[in-house]
Design a protein around this ligand. Structure first.
Ligand SMILES: Cc1cc2nc3c(=O)[nH]c(=O)nc-3n(C[C@H](O)[C@H](O)[C@H](O)COP(=O)(O)OP(=O)(O)OC[C@H]3O[C@@H](n4cnc5c(N)ncnc54)[C@H](O)[C@@H]3O)c2cc1C
Length: 104
C-alpha cells in the first residue's frame, strides 16, 4: 500500500527524516486498515508536483530554432496535463512545418 501525503502536510514536513514522517502517516492510516502493518518505508519526493502552473498548453521560446517546453507544469499538474502539453507542442511544431519551417 502506498500512502501519499497532502501537499500541505508534505511542505510542513519536507526537511524532516522521511522515515519519521512515514511513521506519522502510518499512525494516521492504522485505524483505517484491517490488517497489521509489518513494515513501513518513507520516501521524500521533493519535486513531485509543480508548485505553480503556467496556464498555457506549452511554452515556446522564439529563437532561430524554436524551443518548446512541455510537461505537467503547463495547463494541469497530472499525467493528463503532461500528455495534453506534449500534444500542444506537436500541434505547434506541425504548424511551423506547414508554414515551411522555422524562421531563417
Ligand atoms: C509518487 C507520484 C505519484 C503520482 N501519481 C499520479 C497519479 O496517480 N495520477 C496522475 O495523473 N499523476 C500522478 N503523478 C504525477 C505525474 O507523475 C506527473 O504529472 C507526470 O509524470 C509529469 O510528466 P512530465 O513529462 O511533465 O514530467 P516527468 O514525468 O517528471 O518527466 C521529466 C523527465 O525529464 C527528465 N529530466 C529532468 N531533468 C533533466 C535534465 N536536466 N536533463 C535531462 N532530462 C531531465 C527526468 O528524468 C524525467 O524523465 C504522480 C507523481 C508522483 C511523484
Amino acid at each position: 500500500m502506498t500512502i501519499h501525503a497532502s501537499r500541505q502536510f508534505s511542505e510542513e514536513h519536507l526537511d524532516e527524516d522521511p522515515q519519521e514522517v512515514a511513521h506519522i502517516l502510518e499512525e494516521a492510516a492504522r485505524p483505517l486498515l484491517q490488517s497489521n502493518i509489518v513494515e513501513c518505508r518513507g520516501h521524500r519526493w521533493r519535486y513531485s508536483v509543480p508548485s505553480s502552473i503556467l496556464p498555457v498548453g506549452c511554452f515556446e521560446v522564439s529563437a532561430r530554432a524554436p524551443l518548446f517546453f512541455a510537461g505537467d507544469a503547463f495547463a494541469s499538474n497530472r499525467v493528463e496535463g503532461a500528455a495534453l502539453s506534449g500534444l500542444a507542442v506537436a500541434r505547434a511544431v506541425a504548424q511551423i512545418v506547414d508554414k515551411g519551417g522555422p524562421r531563417k
